[in-house]
Ligand binder design. Structure first.
Ligand SMILES: [Zn+2]
Length: 208
């Protein structure tokens, strides 16, 4: 299926494309939309999440005959999936870190996600890790997102003359052997680790 090429910054156009893709996938597999129990959509969290949520609801909601759409944050859904599957026997608290174009933490405590009304409670990518660092989309300087999000890593590599075909390619072994890539990833990993360690401390250690 050929989709219209859209501006990556135009989130509502991207959601329209996603809805068209899903419609085509259902038709191809002869699945009637009404036979679905529901439709869940995970989005990366960001300062624009409330706006993005509206776009997703609009794009998927206006497809006639589709079930009710539930939109949530990727990291919250990740934490919930692990909590429901009890991937760590005996654990009550799950912290899930989603590293993509933005870095987010999802919490699940006793099988329920912990979120505030704007669903931006785990927006840890806007923790300042470098005073006076690069400018972030939130207006601050030196946020974790400016160093360690996949978008930031790609941009640093481009500036250093390293071409990566895709975000996934960055994490391939052969690519990581490049000393420039390794240096950028190490810096991103250290900054992420510091922030994650602080959150883990806040959630408390598991007693053995
Ligand atoms: Zn920020």
């Amino acid at each position: 299926m050929r989709l219209p090429v859209v501006d990556p910054e135009d989130f509502s156009a991207r959601m329209e494309n996603a809805a068209s893709l899903l419609a085509a996938l259902l038709a191809e597999n002869k699945v009637l939309p009404l036979s679905l129990g529901g439709l869940g959509i995970g989005l990366p969290a960001s300062v624009r999440y409330p706006l993005h949520r509206k776009s997703a609801n609009h794009a998927f909601g206006r497809q006639s005959g589709w079930p009710r759409v539930s939109v949530n944050i990727n990291a919250d859904l990740g934490a919930l999936a692990h909590a429901n599957r009890r991937t760590v026997p005996g654990a009550r608290k799950y912290l899930y870190i989603d590293v993509s174009s933005t870095i987010t933490a999802g919490f699940a405590i006793d099988g329920r996600t912990y979120s505030n009304i704007d669903h931006v409670v785990g927006d840890i990518g806007h923790t300042v890790v470098e005073e006076g660092g690069w400018l972030c989309e939130c207006g601050e300087r030196g946020c974790l997102n400016t160093l360690a999000s996949t978008r930031a890593i790609m941009s640093q590599l481009r500036d250093l003359g390293v071409a990566a075909d895709s975000e996934a390619a960055i994490f391939e072994d052969s690519f990581m052997e490049n000393p420039t890539v390794s240096r950028v990833l190490q810096r991103a990993g250290l900054a992420s680790g510091e922030v994650i360690a602080r959150i883990a401390l806040f959630l408390g250690r598991r007693q053995s």
